[in-house]
Ligand binder design. Structure first.
Ligand code: MOS
Length: 730
């Protein structure tokens, strides 16, 4: 069904189950260890063997020689693949991931050999026996050194309205600042892992991937197989954060070996391999120029971001939210991409906004201070209800931004904040408060589903949609239950299998709204079919308590399906409403931070996020998404950084001991408030993206609170204590 007009009231609006809090239906399986992750599948014949990847120890150049003879003779070894004996790939699809195709090295930890053995330990031990020599070439590894070679991009085109230079020059109050953000790693819990099974000319790949049809296309095309000869299963996923939007070597090498050996091959990347072998969020340099009149109204808005990626790669689109977040007539928003020979860049939770807001929202704090204005008020006066580049003819579909700021300020006790930094002391701690806006664009994607009412009255939902920990199982089950008038435990949700209808997958915060709409339309089709079978007019029926009701008549659903299951399929397709309307989720983050007067240790004390993201499908899992985003935002503000070794072009801190992410002890009292909102333009379910909203702006609220606590403004993230110690008065 095409969604191209504002949604009329519909059966998903009843509010009996959908929109009510519900714990995860997959929770018991996960906590009892019975939800199989990619590496854990057990086949009837338990004859799987183990692959181990050998990665390049240079970032750029060529393999001069590779000698696998010792590895081939090592105990348990069944196969060693290198570029000298690997089958050739002729990929056409952009999602393909050819492996071992030649001696060229494009990044550190690129797969250069693959060992398969009877046990994991044998494969790993043999991989260490492979002798490799390289011809190393110089690479470009430092963004600051390369940025002036940056070029504009199609992904994030430059825009300009009014006369920015003139307005900025004439602005009564201005800030002109450069912020930097480092390379960051998604560092999800489950490593990238795959098991490939080749049977009867058909390949099944159990893997950990966020968008199954992308994995399907990428794997099939790389291996030169028809898509109908390849099945991809990703039923449970231990986190992704964007890292699992791409196909890496594990499914490809496992499949190559499985096809050759006729035995299932399973491969997991080790934690240290992940940091350099897979994608990361690229570092940025961001130049922000804001000009305002004395009342705080922005007259000039300028944002330019530089980032780098391998040849043909993509920019970190950190300037993009600046096109839409605040008003102001004279604007210039730009993105520059330069070539770096670091590991390939990619998406990480809220690509673009997550780090764009780190810079923009601190620059706004700096502007508020320059104006002598409260930073909440500054944001309120610059609210705009339409796309400020296009004008009132492109309004926001819904935008409760000001309400988020006001509700947050009130709830958090913002009025107690002292505007002069370093004013509040609690024993040996300096205490400050910070605020930042939250903004994440709303994206929708085509998504399908198949639903089947079984003879025993159970509803089965099947879709390729994935659940990366976000709550898809529960949320989609709730939609099915609401639509068919069934309790949630009468719904069996089956996800993450390419045997099911193609779905949006999980990325860009589009999963719930898109896949949910697919299930909604499939349920609509099923309702019609059931009404027809019951002899009712489909337009006037309702579904409740396991019955289909029309006027004074009711029929039990089990009576209709007694002689056989009834099935329906449909998909959600989206028209141009995201063009006609600017669509985004909004919020406001508030943080209270303490900085130790003597050691400069930074502790977040409490935080509040107020979010407006359309209908909240399941307040339990949506809240959990926001808490996770806030936690990741604290990491971005205070800890996270892939440290580049500029000599060798790799990330040095490639494990969870040295890539710091917040742990429980770092996370204080966090709270989330969702405002009531329904967005008729976004989908039949009237929701907007939630999963990434929670991270956008959080880090800036923390950095602004650090500034308010101690008066030191750090413009190169993360804000670690070495950057503030000794720089503030006791
Ligand atoms: Mo997201 S970074 O598109 O999984």
């Amino acid at each position: 069904m095409l969604f191209d007009k504002p949604s009329p009231p519909n059966p998903a609006d009843q509010g009996k189950i959908f929109g009510k809090p519900h714990p995860r239906i997959d929770g018991p399986k996960k906590v009892t260890g019975t939800a199989p992750y990619a590496y854990e599948y057990k086949l009837a014949e338990d004859n799987a063997v183990y692959g181990f990847l050998l990665g390049s120890s240079i970032a750029k150049g060529r393999i001069a020689s590779i000698d696998a003879s010792l590895a081939e003779k090592a105990p348990g070894v069944l196969l060693v693949l290198t570029h000298e004996n690997a089958p050739k790939h002729k990929p056409e699809n952009s999602r393909a991931a050819p492996q071992l195709q030649g001696p060229e090295i494009k990044q550190y930890e690129q797969a250069i050999a693959f060992v398969v053995a009877e046990t994991f330990e044998e494969a790993r031990a043999a991989a260490r026996l492979i002798r490799v020599t390289y011809r190393t070439e110089d690479g470009a590894f430092v963004l600051a050194d390369e940025k002036d070679k940056g070029k504009p991009t199609k992904t994030a085109p430059d825009t300009a309205t009014g006369n920015f230079d003139k307005a900025f020059a004439e602005a009564e109050v201005k800030v002109d600042v450069t912020y930097t953000t480092p390379d960051q790693s998604q560092s999800m819990m489950e490593p990238h892992a795959s098991m490939a099974v080749w049977e009867g000319g058909k390949l099944t790949v159990y893997t950990s991937h966020q968008v199954l049809h992308w994995a399907h296309a990428g794997i099939a095309d790389t291996l030169g197989l028809d898509e109908d000869k390849v099945r991809v299963v990703s039923a449970y996923i231990g986190g992704g954060f964007g890292s699992k939007l791409e196909v890496y070597s594990d499914p490809i090498l496992s499949s190559m070996a499985a096809i050759k050996l006729g035995r299932p091959v399973k491969t997991a990347l080790t934690r240290p391999q992940i940091y350099n072998h897979t994608t990361h969020r690229p570092a940025t340099i961001q130049h922000i120029q804001l000009g305002a009149d004395r009342d705080g109204r922005l007259t000039a808005v300028g944002h330019r971001t530089w980032s780098g990626d391998q040849e043909g790669g993509e920019p970190e689109t950190a300037s993009e939210q600046t096109k839409l977040l605040y008003g102001g007539e004279n604007r210039r928003v730009e993105t520059r991409l330069t070539v770096l020979d670091l590991p390939k860049g990619g998406s990480m939770r809220a690509p673009g906004e997550a780090v764009g807001m780190l810079a923009l929202e601190c620059a706004m704090d700096e502007l508020a201070e320059a104006l002598g204005m409260d930073p909440v008020d500054l944001r309120i006066v610059n609210d705009v209800q339409y796309d400020p580049e296009k004008g009132p003819e492109r309004p926001f579909s819904s935008r409760k931004f000001v309400e988020c700021l006001k509700t947050g300020a009130e709830t958090f006790g913002w009025s107690a904040r002292k505007s002069k930094p370093g004013s509040v002391r609690d024993g040996d701690w300096l205490v400050g408060m910070g605020v930042a806006s939250a903004f994440r664009k709303n994206i929708v994607q085509e998504s399908g589903a198949r639903v089947r009412l079984m003879p025993d009255g159970h509803l089965v939902i099947e879709t390729q949609q994935t659940d990366i920990g976000t709550g898809s199982y529960t949320m989609l089950g709730m939609i099915g239950a609401e639509m068919l008038g069934l309790p949630l435990d009468a719904v069996d949700v089956r996800l993450g299998d390419t045997d099911f209808p193609k779905a949006s997958g999980s990325g860009g915060s589009w999963g719930a709204n898109s896949a949910g709409s697919g299930v909604y339309y499939a349920c609509e089709a099923l309702r019609k079919e059931l009404a027809r079978k019951a002899g009712f007019n489909a337009e006037s029926v309702s579904f409740s308590d396991g019955r289909i009701i029309s006027g004074g008549n009711a029929v039990a659903l089990t009576d209709i399906v007694r002689t056989g299951a009834v099935e329906a399929s449909d998909k959600a397709e989206f028209g141009d409403l995201t063009e006609k309307y600017a669509q985004a989720s909004f919020g406001a983050h508030f943080a209270e931070v303490a900085v130790h007067a003597f050691t400069a240790e930074i502790r977040v004390r409490r935080m509040l996020s107020v979010c407006a993201a359309g209908r909240i499908f399941n307040p339990v899992t949506a809240r959990s998404q926001c808490l996770g985003g806030m936690t990741m935002g604290i990491g971005a503000a205070l800890m996270e950084e892939c440290v580049v070794d500029p000599r060798y072009g790799y990330f040095v801190n490639h494990d969870l001991a040295e890539y710091q992410v917040p742990v429980h002890a770092d996370i204080p009292d966090l709270d989330v408030i969702f405002l009531d909102e329904l967005d008729d333009q976004s989908s039949p379910l009237r929701g907007k993206g939630v999963g990434e909203l929670g991270i956008c702006g959080v880090g800036a609220s923390v950095a602004n609170a650090v500034y308010n606590a101690c008066g030191v403004r750090v413009r190169d993230y993360p804000v670690t204590l070495d950057k503030i110690i000794g720089r503030f008065d006791l």
